[in-house]
Ligand binder design. Structure first.
Ligand code: NDP
Length: 235
């Protein structure tokens, strides 16, 4: 049965791969974008900066009008602003946390209202292994991604009794614009610690998100699914 799906930051990278995977399942898929919409004709693209409660509300209202209430929410939008701690500005910390964690909170809160009424729903937060391991130069990013785990587990406990699940996917190095800016040396250093010896492709993340949103995952709730080729194995 076709479901109403919304993915934040679904115009490129991992978010777009997730959108395409749900579309291939036959779902009604909407994505948010800030810069430019994706060219895929099957996706409903709505403008939204997740740091704005008003824009989040407007995006949900547009999706609800076109596709019905959001049944599956993927909070994927995220940014990095890496700097060593002594040099990290308030703005670099606040903007990363407000986008990655605050944005996820805003969309989950907005989605929860209709999910509660329907007594079903799926929320997947895209975190990072860095949330568990930490990362030099990534105090802001790691804090935001670790925060998503606490957010998801709280949502799972609060809304689980109403048929709603909230889970986290924690990728390692994934091929996308976000990692294309890393130096070849940095990428090699990460891959040297990755058991599988390669980066993960966006569609490999997407397939796991589709699983977490499926009936087969009905009792997977408050979980963190790490997909990192073994980068954080044993951590
Ligand atoms: P990209 O940089 O390719 O895409 C980021 C997406 O987030 C874009 O769609 C962007 O929209 C959107 N976005 C950023 N800020 C906002 C905002 N304020 N409001 C709305 N949308 C916003 O990154 P990836 O595809 O690689 O990353 C997707 C997610 O996966 C992120 O949360 C990232 O932290 C996480 N992740 C990525 C890893 C990797 O190795 N690539 C590893 C672990 C986690 P726009 O185009 O408008 O800028």
């Amino acid at each position: 049965m076709s479901r109403s799906v919304l993915i934040t930051g679904g115009n490129r990278g991992i978010g777009l791969a997730i959108a395409r995977a749900f579309a291939a399942e036959g779902d009604r898929v909407a994505v948010t974008y800030r810069s430019s919409p994706p060219s895929d004709p099957g996706l409903l693209a709505v403008p939204c900066d997740v740091t704005s409660t008003e824009q989040v509300d407007a995006a949900f209202t547009a999706v609800e009008a076109a596709h019905g209430p959001v049944e599956i929410l993927v909070a994927n939008a995220g940014i990095t602003q890496d700097t060593l701690l002594p040099l990290m500005s308030d703005e670099a910390f606040t903007s990363v946390v407000d986008t990655n964690l605050g944005g996820a909170f805003r969309v989950a809160r907005r989605a929860s209202r209709r999910m509660l009424r329907a007594r079903r729903g799926r929320i997947v937060f895209i975190s990072s292994v860095v949330g568990a391991t930490g990362g030099a130069g990534q105090a802001n990013y790691a804090a935001s991604k670790a925060g998503l785990v606490g957010l998801a587990r709280s949502v799972a406990r609060e809304l689980g009794p109403r048929g709603i699940t909230a889970n986290v996917v924690a990728p390692g190095l994934v091929t996308s614009d976000m990692t294309a800016v890393l130096s070849a040396e940095r990428q090699q250093a990460i891959l040297a610690r990755t058991a599988s010896g390669r980066a993960t492709e966006p569609d490999e993340i997407a397939r796991s998100v589709v699983y977490l949103a499926s009936e087969a995952a009905a009792t997977v709730n408050g979980s963190v699914l790490t997909i990192d080729g073994g980068l954080s194995a044993g951590v």
